[in-house]
Design a binder for this molecule. Structure first.
Ligand code: FEO
Length: 166
């Protein structure tokens, strides 16, 4: 069984993951309106991954005989300046999520909660990958310097991302 405090923190993380999905869907819609369907598709798949993260935590809380409690999801930003600013913002957001995961790990250690500590390691690894992926796209976008031909090529590349089965 998990502590009430850990249950609350994990429920808050479900909210943060669903907010991430919501934010990435808003980014996807904006990218689509900018005629960048490959970027939009990539971001939509990312949103699906975020829902997968939320559901992983949801299942874990129930498995540990805790209670899932859902709170309101904040409204994400609607309009964005450019593809570059979107991916810079996504990278910043992932860095924030990494901070949240690290806090959860700290709490699990404090509480001597080995099961939650073990469970969270998947998220620790996932954050390393998510930050690296977002950063790589930011770097590529910086290289294009908003040149239409570069954006077009990158859009085609990002369109290749396949949906994950999680
Ligand atoms: Fe679920 Fe992108 O962190």
């Amino acid at each position: 069984m998990i502590s009430k405090k850990m249950q609350n923190s994990l429920n808050a993380q479900i909210n943060a993951e669903i907010y991430s999905a919501y934010l990435y869907l808003a980014m996807s819609a904006d990218l689509n309106s900018k005629n960048l369907p490959g970027f939009a598709s990539w971001m939509k798949i990312q949103a699906q991954e975020e829902m997968g993260h939320a559901m992983k935590i949801y299942a874990f809380i129930e498995e540990r005989l805790g209670r899932v409690v859902l709170k309101a999801i904040a409204e994400p930003q609607k309009d964005f300046a450019s593809a570059l600013s979107i991916f810079e913002q996504a990278l910043k957001h992932e860095q924030k999520v990494t901070g949240l995961i690290n806090k959860l790990v700290d709490q699990a250690i404090e509480e001597n909660d080995h099961a939650t500590h073990g469970f969270l390691q998947w998220f620790v690894d996932e954050q390393v990958e998510e930050e690296a992926t977002a950063d790589a796209i930011v770097q590529k976008l910086k290289m294009t310097k908003d040149m239409p031909s570069g954006l077009f090529m990158l859009d085609k590349e990002l369109a290749q991302r396949a949906a994950t089965k999680e």
